[in-house]
Design a protein around this ligand. Structure first.
Ligand code: PLP
Length: 449
Protein backbone atom coordinates (compact mmCIF):
# COMPACT_ATOMS: atom_id res chain seq x y z
CA UNK A 1 0.00 0.00 0.00
CA UNK A 2 1.34 3.47 -0.84
CA UNK A 3 1.97 5.70 2.18
CA UNK A 4 -0.66 8.28 3.05
CA UNK A 5 0.41 11.90 3.06
CA UNK A 6 0.83 12.01 6.85
CA UNK A 7 2.82 8.74 6.84
CA UNK A 8 5.12 10.09 4.12
CA UNK A 9 5.72 13.29 6.10
CA UNK A 10 6.50 11.24 9.20
CA UNK A 11 9.03 9.05 7.39
CA UNK A 12 10.61 12.16 5.86
CA UNK A 13 11.28 13.87 9.18
CA UNK A 14 11.33 11.50 12.17
CA UNK A 15 13.88 9.12 13.61
CA UNK A 16 11.62 6.68 15.48
CA UNK A 17 12.72 5.15 18.79
CA UNK A 18 12.80 1.32 19.13
CA UNK A 19 11.81 0.75 15.50
CA UNK A 20 13.02 -1.48 12.69
CA UNK A 21 14.05 1.54 10.66
CA UNK A 22 14.66 -0.31 7.39
CA UNK A 23 11.05 -1.60 7.37
CA UNK A 24 9.36 1.65 8.43
CA UNK A 25 10.38 3.36 5.20
CA UNK A 26 8.06 0.96 3.32
CA UNK A 27 5.27 0.35 5.82
CA UNK A 28 5.02 3.85 7.30
CA UNK A 29 3.90 4.39 10.90
CA UNK A 30 0.43 3.94 12.39
CA UNK A 31 -0.43 7.60 12.98
CA UNK A 32 -2.72 8.09 15.97
CA UNK A 33 -4.96 11.08 16.26
CA UNK A 34 -7.07 11.04 19.42
CA UNK A 35 -8.08 8.83 22.33
CA UNK A 36 -10.94 8.37 24.78
CA UNK A 37 -11.05 5.94 27.70
CA UNK A 38 -9.26 2.73 26.66
CA UNK A 39 -9.67 3.45 22.93
CA UNK A 40 -7.42 5.28 20.51
CA UNK A 41 -8.15 6.34 16.91
CA UNK A 42 -5.88 6.63 13.87
CA UNK A 43 -5.99 9.32 11.21
CA UNK A 44 -8.29 7.11 9.09
CA UNK A 45 -10.78 6.99 11.99
CA UNK A 46 -10.10 3.32 12.85
CA UNK A 47 -10.64 2.47 16.53
CA UNK A 48 -8.17 0.40 18.57
CA UNK A 49 -8.46 -0.93 22.09
CA UNK A 50 -5.17 0.31 23.58
CA UNK A 51 -4.04 -2.78 25.48
CA UNK A 52 -0.63 -1.39 26.52
CA UNK A 53 -1.59 1.95 28.12
CA UNK A 54 0.77 3.40 25.50
CA UNK A 55 4.08 2.29 26.99
CA UNK A 56 2.75 0.82 30.29
CA UNK A 57 1.95 4.34 31.43
CA UNK A 58 -1.47 5.85 30.60
CA UNK A 59 -3.07 4.00 33.52
CA UNK A 60 -6.13 6.29 33.63
CA UNK A 61 -6.76 5.94 29.90
CA UNK A 62 -7.16 8.77 27.43
CA UNK A 63 -9.04 12.06 27.69
CA UNK A 64 -9.54 12.14 31.48
CA UNK A 65 -11.20 15.51 32.10
CA UNK A 66 -9.96 15.86 35.69
CA UNK A 67 -6.32 15.51 34.61
CA UNK A 68 -6.84 17.88 31.69
CA UNK A 69 -8.42 20.48 33.97
CA UNK A 70 -5.57 20.18 36.52
CA UNK A 71 -3.09 20.80 33.68
CA UNK A 72 -5.03 23.77 32.33
CA UNK A 73 -5.32 25.32 35.78
CA UNK A 74 -1.59 24.96 36.55
CA UNK A 75 -0.51 26.24 33.11
CA UNK A 76 -2.48 29.41 33.56
CA UNK A 77 -1.25 29.94 37.14
CA UNK A 78 2.49 29.17 36.82
CA UNK A 79 3.55 27.27 33.68
CA UNK A 80 7.18 26.85 34.68
CA UNK A 81 9.56 27.25 37.51
CA UNK A 82 12.37 25.23 39.04
CA UNK A 83 13.69 24.07 42.40
CA UNK A 84 17.36 25.11 41.98
CA UNK A 85 19.11 27.11 44.67
CA UNK A 86 16.31 26.81 47.17
CA UNK A 87 13.27 27.89 45.13
CA UNK A 88 9.97 26.14 45.84
CA UNK A 89 6.50 25.62 44.37
CA UNK A 90 3.26 24.37 45.90
CA UNK A 91 2.60 21.57 43.32
CA UNK A 92 6.08 20.08 43.88
CA UNK A 93 5.61 20.15 47.66
CA UNK A 94 2.09 18.73 47.50
CA UNK A 95 3.04 15.80 45.25
CA UNK A 96 6.09 14.99 47.41
CA UNK A 97 3.87 14.89 50.52
CA UNK A 98 1.44 12.53 48.80
CA UNK A 99 4.24 10.26 47.58
CA UNK A 100 5.61 10.07 51.12
CA UNK A 101 2.12 9.17 52.40
CA UNK A 102 1.73 6.19 50.08
CA UNK A 103 5.38 5.04 50.01
CA UNK A 104 5.95 1.44 51.16
CA UNK A 105 8.86 2.44 53.42
CA UNK A 106 9.74 5.57 55.41
CA UNK A 107 10.67 8.23 52.84
CA UNK A 108 12.39 11.43 53.84
CA UNK A 109 12.78 13.28 50.52
CA UNK A 110 11.57 13.22 46.92
CA UNK A 111 13.85 14.22 44.03
CA UNK A 112 12.13 14.95 40.70
CA UNK A 113 13.22 14.02 37.18
CA UNK A 114 11.44 14.07 33.80
CA UNK A 115 11.60 10.33 33.06
CA UNK A 116 12.27 6.86 34.40
CA UNK A 117 15.73 6.79 32.82
CA UNK A 118 16.68 10.02 34.56
CA UNK A 119 15.31 8.65 37.84
CA UNK A 120 17.51 5.54 37.57
CA UNK A 121 20.51 7.56 36.43
CA UNK A 122 19.99 9.81 39.45
CA UNK A 123 19.77 6.77 41.72
CA UNK A 124 23.25 5.65 40.66
CA UNK A 125 24.78 9.11 41.08
CA UNK A 126 23.18 9.36 44.52
CA UNK A 127 24.41 5.90 45.55
CA UNK A 128 27.95 6.91 44.55
CA UNK A 129 27.66 10.30 46.28
CA UNK A 130 26.26 8.59 49.41
CA UNK A 131 29.15 6.15 49.58
CA UNK A 132 31.69 8.94 49.12
CA UNK A 133 29.92 10.93 51.84
CA UNK A 134 30.02 8.02 54.28
CA UNK A 135 33.68 7.31 53.65
CA UNK A 136 33.31 4.23 51.40
CA UNK A 137 34.73 5.54 48.10
CA UNK A 138 35.51 2.03 46.78
CA UNK A 139 31.88 0.90 47.06
CA UNK A 140 30.63 1.84 43.58
CA UNK A 141 29.67 -1.14 41.37
CA UNK A 142 26.01 -1.74 40.56
CA UNK A 143 24.35 -5.13 40.15
CA UNK A 144 21.42 -5.42 37.76
CA UNK A 145 19.85 -8.48 36.11
CA UNK A 146 19.75 -10.16 32.75
CA UNK A 147 16.53 -9.04 30.94
CA UNK A 148 16.13 -5.99 33.19
CA UNK A 149 14.90 -2.75 31.64
CA UNK A 150 15.88 0.47 33.35
CA UNK A 151 15.91 3.02 30.51
CA UNK A 152 18.14 4.46 27.81
CA UNK A 153 20.51 7.11 29.17
CA UNK A 154 24.12 5.91 29.26
CA UNK A 155 23.85 4.51 32.79
CA UNK A 156 20.20 3.38 32.62
CA UNK A 157 20.92 1.53 29.36
CA UNK A 158 23.98 -0.04 30.98
CA UNK A 159 21.77 -1.30 33.82
CA UNK A 160 19.33 -2.69 31.27
CA UNK A 161 20.10 -6.37 30.66
CA UNK A 162 18.99 -6.68 27.04
CA UNK A 163 21.65 -7.18 24.34
CA UNK A 164 19.82 -4.98 21.80
CA UNK A 165 20.23 -1.99 24.11
CA UNK A 166 24.00 -2.47 24.34
CA UNK A 167 25.02 -3.68 20.92
CA UNK A 168 26.86 -1.03 18.87
CA UNK A 169 26.12 1.61 21.52
CA UNK A 170 29.37 0.57 23.25
CA UNK A 171 27.52 -0.37 26.45
CA UNK A 172 27.43 -1.35 29.26
CA UNK A 173 29.87 1.04 30.94
CA UNK A 174 32.39 -0.38 33.40
CA UNK A 175 31.20 -1.15 36.91
CA UNK A 176 27.80 -2.58 35.97
CA UNK A 177 27.32 -6.31 36.65
CA UNK A 178 24.36 -8.45 35.55
CA UNK A 179 23.15 -11.36 37.66
CA UNK A 180 20.50 -14.01 36.88
CA UNK A 181 17.03 -13.25 35.58
CA UNK A 182 14.50 -14.83 37.97
CA UNK A 183 12.48 -16.52 35.21
CA UNK A 184 11.95 -20.16 36.07
CA UNK A 185 10.26 -21.11 32.76
CA UNK A 186 13.26 -19.92 30.72
CA UNK A 187 16.21 -20.34 33.05
CA UNK A 188 15.17 -23.17 35.38
CA UNK A 189 17.13 -26.38 34.78
CA UNK A 190 15.42 -29.64 33.83
CA UNK A 191 13.55 -31.00 36.85
CA UNK A 192 14.47 -28.01 39.04
CA UNK A 193 11.64 -26.78 41.32
CA UNK A 194 11.00 -23.05 41.74
CA UNK A 195 12.42 -23.21 45.27
CA UNK A 196 15.61 -24.91 44.03
CA UNK A 197 15.88 -22.36 41.22
CA UNK A 198 15.62 -19.50 43.74
CA UNK A 199 18.34 -21.07 45.88
CA UNK A 200 20.62 -21.56 42.87
CA UNK A 201 20.34 -18.00 41.57
CA UNK A 202 20.56 -16.54 45.10
CA UNK A 203 23.77 -18.58 45.47
CA UNK A 204 25.04 -17.12 42.19
CA UNK A 205 24.41 -13.61 43.53
CA UNK A 206 26.29 -14.41 46.72
CA UNK A 207 29.19 -15.82 44.72
CA UNK A 208 29.26 -12.71 42.49
CA UNK A 209 29.39 -10.43 45.54
CA UNK A 210 32.16 -12.51 47.07
CA UNK A 211 34.15 -12.55 43.84
CA UNK A 212 33.90 -8.78 43.30
CA UNK A 213 34.13 -7.90 47.00
CA UNK A 214 31.14 -6.47 48.90
CA UNK A 215 33.19 -3.37 49.68
CA UNK A 216 33.19 -2.55 45.90
CA UNK A 217 29.40 -2.87 45.38
CA UNK A 218 27.05 0.04 46.04
CA UNK A 219 23.63 -1.14 44.93
CA UNK A 220 21.37 -3.76 43.37
CA UNK A 221 18.56 -2.51 41.08
CA UNK A 222 15.42 -4.44 40.19
CA UNK A 223 11.88 -4.07 38.86
CA UNK A 224 9.59 -6.13 41.17
CA UNK A 225 7.70 -7.61 38.19
CA UNK A 226 10.05 -7.25 35.21
CA UNK A 227 8.35 -5.41 32.33
CA UNK A 228 10.14 -4.79 29.07
CA UNK A 229 12.27 -7.94 29.48
CA UNK A 230 9.07 -9.94 28.84
CA UNK A 231 6.74 -9.49 31.86
CA UNK A 232 8.53 -11.81 34.26
CA UNK A 233 7.01 -12.55 37.66
CA UNK A 234 9.74 -13.94 39.95
CA UNK A 235 8.98 -17.07 42.00
CA UNK A 236 7.78 -16.95 45.61
CA UNK A 237 10.63 -16.50 48.05
CA UNK A 238 12.99 -14.87 45.53
CA UNK A 239 12.97 -11.31 46.88
CA UNK A 240 13.23 -12.22 50.58
CA UNK A 241 16.41 -14.20 49.74
CA UNK A 242 17.82 -11.32 47.68
CA UNK A 243 17.10 -8.76 50.42
CA UNK A 244 18.79 -11.01 52.99
CA UNK A 245 21.95 -11.19 50.85
CA UNK A 246 21.99 -7.43 50.15
CA UNK A 247 21.53 -6.55 53.82
CA UNK A 248 24.33 -8.89 54.87
CA UNK A 249 26.64 -7.08 52.43
CA UNK A 250 25.56 -3.47 53.02
CA UNK A 251 24.27 -3.10 49.43
CA UNK A 252 21.37 -0.72 48.69
CA UNK A 253 18.22 -2.13 47.06
CA UNK A 254 17.02 0.33 44.38
CA UNK A 255 13.45 -0.58 43.49
CA UNK A 256 12.50 0.43 39.93
CA UNK A 257 8.72 0.94 40.17
CA UNK A 258 8.51 2.77 36.83
CA UNK A 259 5.99 0.20 35.48
CA UNK A 260 4.83 -1.46 38.71
CA UNK A 261 4.06 1.69 40.70
CA UNK A 262 0.57 3.14 41.31
CA UNK A 263 -1.60 0.06 41.34
CA UNK A 264 -0.53 -1.95 38.30
CA UNK A 265 0.06 -5.21 40.21
CA UNK A 266 -2.92 -4.83 42.58
CA UNK A 267 -1.06 -2.88 45.28
CA UNK A 268 0.23 0.68 45.26
CA UNK A 269 3.73 -0.71 44.67
CA UNK A 270 5.11 -3.84 43.06
CA UNK A 271 7.40 -4.44 46.05
CA UNK A 272 4.25 -4.89 48.20
CA UNK A 273 2.92 -7.50 45.77
CA UNK A 274 6.31 -9.24 45.72
CA UNK A 275 6.80 -8.99 49.50
CA UNK A 276 9.93 -6.91 50.06
CA UNK A 277 10.95 -3.49 51.34
CA UNK A 278 13.53 -1.53 49.31
CA UNK A 279 15.89 1.27 50.37
CA UNK A 280 14.97 3.67 47.54
CA UNK A 281 12.36 3.85 44.76
CA UNK A 282 12.34 5.16 41.17
CA UNK A 283 8.94 5.96 39.69
CA UNK A 284 7.57 7.68 36.56
CA UNK A 285 4.97 6.71 33.90
CA UNK A 286 1.70 6.21 35.86
CA UNK A 287 2.86 8.91 38.29
CA UNK A 288 1.00 11.33 35.97
CA UNK A 289 -0.83 8.63 34.02
CA UNK A 290 1.71 9.75 31.38
CA UNK A 291 -0.19 12.98 30.62
CA UNK A 292 3.01 14.92 31.43
CA UNK A 293 6.58 13.53 31.58
CA UNK A 294 7.61 13.18 35.23
CA UNK A 295 9.79 10.87 37.29
CA UNK A 296 10.76 10.78 40.95
CA UNK A 297 13.30 9.21 43.29
CA UNK A 298 12.14 8.46 46.85
CA UNK A 299 14.93 8.55 49.42
CA UNK A 300 15.41 7.53 53.08
CA UNK A 301 16.45 9.95 55.80
CA UNK A 302 19.86 8.29 56.21
CA UNK A 303 20.88 9.12 52.64
CA UNK A 304 19.50 12.65 52.88
CA UNK A 305 21.45 13.29 56.09
CA UNK A 306 24.64 12.10 54.40
CA UNK A 307 23.98 14.57 51.53
CA UNK A 308 23.47 17.42 54.00
CA UNK A 309 26.76 16.60 55.73
CA UNK A 310 28.51 16.42 52.36
CA UNK A 311 27.05 19.79 51.38
CA UNK A 312 28.39 21.23 54.62
CA UNK A 313 31.85 19.96 53.63
CA UNK A 314 32.01 20.54 49.86
CA UNK A 315 29.22 23.05 49.15
CA UNK A 316 26.35 22.84 46.70
CA UNK A 317 24.67 19.48 46.05
CA UNK A 318 25.53 19.47 42.35
CA UNK A 319 22.71 17.55 40.66
CA UNK A 320 19.39 18.63 39.15
CA UNK A 321 17.38 18.91 35.92
CA UNK A 322 15.88 22.07 34.39
CA UNK A 323 12.49 20.36 34.43
CA UNK A 324 12.88 18.58 37.79
CA UNK A 325 9.73 19.41 39.77
CA UNK A 326 8.04 21.03 36.77
CA UNK A 327 4.81 22.53 38.14
CA UNK A 328 2.71 21.13 35.30
CA UNK A 329 3.95 17.58 35.90
CA UNK A 330 3.58 17.89 39.67
CA UNK A 331 0.04 19.33 39.48
CA UNK A 332 -1.05 16.54 37.13
CA UNK A 333 0.78 13.96 39.28
CA UNK A 334 -0.99 15.17 42.44
CA UNK A 335 -4.32 14.96 40.59
CA UNK A 336 -3.51 11.46 39.32
CA UNK A 337 -2.78 10.31 42.89
CA UNK A 338 -6.11 11.86 43.99
CA UNK A 339 -7.91 9.94 41.26
CA UNK A 340 -6.18 6.65 42.11
CA UNK A 341 -7.57 7.09 45.61
CA UNK A 342 -11.02 8.54 44.87
CA UNK A 343 -11.78 5.95 42.16
CA UNK A 344 -10.13 3.15 44.18
CA UNK A 345 -7.94 2.14 41.24
CA UNK A 346 -5.99 -0.38 43.33
CA UNK A 347 -9.32 -2.01 44.26
CA UNK A 348 -10.36 -2.02 40.59
CA UNK A 349 -7.14 -3.77 39.58
CA UNK A 350 -7.65 -6.36 42.31
CA UNK A 351 -11.25 -6.85 41.21
CA UNK A 352 -10.28 -7.42 37.55
CA UNK A 353 -7.13 -9.46 38.25
CA UNK A 354 -8.92 -12.86 38.50
CA UNK A 355 -10.61 -12.26 35.11
CA UNK A 356 -7.28 -11.18 33.59
CA UNK A 357 -5.55 -14.28 35.02
CA UNK A 358 -8.32 -16.59 33.78
CA UNK A 359 -8.34 -15.15 30.26
CA UNK A 360 -4.55 -15.12 29.89
CA UNK A 361 -4.46 -18.62 31.41
CA UNK A 362 -6.81 -19.87 28.67
CA UNK A 363 -4.21 -18.88 26.05
CA UNK A 364 -1.76 -21.44 27.45
CA UNK A 365 -3.61 -24.13 25.45
CA UNK A 366 -2.93 -22.39 22.14
CA UNK A 367 -0.39 -24.29 20.00
CA UNK A 368 1.82 -21.17 19.64
CA UNK A 369 1.92 -20.34 23.35
CA UNK A 370 4.69 -21.68 25.61
CA UNK A 371 4.14 -19.66 28.78
CA UNK A 372 1.69 -17.12 30.17
CA UNK A 373 2.34 -14.98 33.24
CA UNK A 374 0.65 -12.07 34.97
CA UNK A 375 0.30 -9.95 38.06
CA UNK A 376 -2.66 -7.62 38.59
CA UNK A 377 -3.34 -6.03 35.18
CA UNK A 378 -0.03 -6.75 33.46
CA UNK A 379 0.78 -9.95 31.62
CA UNK A 380 2.95 -11.65 29.02
CA UNK A 381 2.23 -14.40 26.49
CA UNK A 382 5.39 -16.12 25.27
CA UNK A 383 5.17 -17.66 21.80
CA UNK A 384 7.38 -20.67 21.10
CA UNK A 385 8.32 -22.81 18.11
CA UNK A 386 7.88 -26.00 20.15
CA UNK A 387 5.77 -26.22 23.30
CA UNK A 388 7.23 -29.46 24.62
CA UNK A 389 10.89 -28.45 24.43
CA UNK A 390 10.15 -24.72 25.03
CA UNK A 391 12.24 -23.98 21.95
CA UNK A 392 11.98 -20.30 20.97
CA UNK A 393 11.40 -19.10 17.43
CA UNK A 394 14.40 -17.79 15.58
CA UNK A 395 13.97 -14.08 16.40
CA UNK A 396 14.64 -13.10 12.78
CA UNK A 397 11.31 -14.80 11.94
CA UNK A 398 9.56 -11.94 13.74
CA UNK A 399 6.64 -14.07 15.01
CA UNK A 400 6.00 -11.70 17.93
CA UNK A 401 5.84 -8.71 15.61
CA UNK A 402 3.55 -10.63 13.24
CA UNK A 403 1.21 -11.35 16.16
CA UNK A 404 1.21 -7.68 17.22
CA UNK A 405 0.37 -6.75 13.61
CA UNK A 406 -2.45 -9.29 13.57
CA UNK A 407 -3.75 -7.68 16.79
CA UNK A 408 -3.64 -4.30 15.08
CA UNK A 409 -5.76 -5.66 12.22
CA UNK A 410 -8.28 -6.82 14.87
CA UNK A 411 -8.37 -3.33 16.44
CA UNK A 412 -6.09 -4.07 19.38
CA UNK A 413 -2.76 -2.53 20.27
CA UNK A 414 -0.36 -4.81 22.16
CA UNK A 415 3.43 -4.87 22.24
CA UNK A 416 5.79 -7.57 21.02
CA UNK A 417 8.90 -7.97 23.17
CA UNK A 418 10.79 -10.45 21.05
CA UNK A 419 8.27 -13.28 20.95
CA UNK A 420 6.46 -12.30 24.14
CA UNK A 421 3.26 -10.33 23.69
CA UNK A 422 2.87 -7.82 26.52
CA UNK A 423 -0.55 -6.80 27.82
CA UNK A 424 -0.94 -3.79 30.12
CA UNK A 425 -4.32 -2.09 29.61
CA UNK A 426 -5.38 1.16 31.25
CA UNK A 427 -6.41 0.33 34.82
CA UNK A 428 -9.81 1.97 34.16
CA UNK A 429 -10.72 -0.80 31.70
CA UNK A 430 -14.15 -2.40 32.26
CA UNK A 431 -14.79 -6.15 32.54
CA UNK A 432 -16.47 -6.11 29.10
CA UNK A 433 -13.54 -4.26 27.52
CA UNK A 434 -11.11 -6.72 29.10
CA UNK A 435 -13.04 -9.60 27.51
CA UNK A 436 -12.95 -7.72 24.18
CA UNK A 437 -9.17 -7.40 24.51
CA UNK A 438 -8.67 -11.14 25.01
CA UNK A 439 -11.26 -12.06 22.32
CA UNK A 440 -9.31 -9.96 19.81
CA UNK A 441 -5.98 -11.41 20.95
CA UNK A 442 -7.33 -14.97 20.56
CA UNK A 443 -8.43 -14.20 16.99
CA UNK A 444 -5.06 -12.60 16.24
CA UNK A 445 -3.18 -15.63 17.59
CA UNK A 446 -5.20 -17.90 15.29
CA UNK A 447 -4.10 -15.86 12.27
CA UNK A 448 -0.42 -15.55 13.32
CA UNK A 449 2.04 -17.62 11.30
N1 PLP B 1 12.42 1.60 34.22
C1 PLP B 1 11.48 0.76 33.78
C2 PLP B 1 11.11 -0.43 34.61
C3 PLP B 1 10.86 0.98 32.55
O1 PLP B 1 9.94 0.12 32.09
C4 PLP B 1 11.22 2.12 31.82
C5 PLP B 1 10.57 2.41 30.52
O2 PLP B 1 9.87 1.60 29.97
C6 PLP B 1 12.20 2.96 32.31
C7 PLP B 1 12.80 2.68 33.53
C8 PLP B 1 12.66 4.16 31.54
O3 PLP B 1 11.69 5.14 31.61
P1 PLP B 1 11.69 6.33 30.51
O4 PLP B 1 11.35 5.70 29.22
O5 PLP B 1 10.62 7.25 31.06
O6 PLP B 1 13.03 6.95 30.55
Amino acid sequence: MPLTNVQARDVQSLLHPYTQLHKLVDTGPLVLEHGKGVFIYDTQGKEYLEGMSGLWCAGLGFGDEELIEAAREQLSRLPYYHLFGGKGMEPAIELAERLKDIAPMPVSKVFYTSSGSEANDTQIKLAWYYNNARGKPQKKKIISRVKAYHGVTVMAASLTGLPGNHRDFDLPVAGVLHTDCPHHYRFGEAGESEAEFVERIAGNLEALIEREGADTIAAFIAEPVMGAGGVIVPPQGYYPRIVEILKANDILFIDDEVINGFGRTGNWWGCQTMGFTPDTISCAKQLTSAYVPLGAVLLPEEMYQAFVEQSRKIGTFGHGFTYGGHPLGCAVGAKALDIYKSRDIVGRVRGLAPQFAARIGRLADHPLVGDVRCSGLVGGVELVADKASRRSFDLTQGVGLACAKACEAEGLILRAIGDTIAICPPMVISAEELDMLFDRLETALDTTE
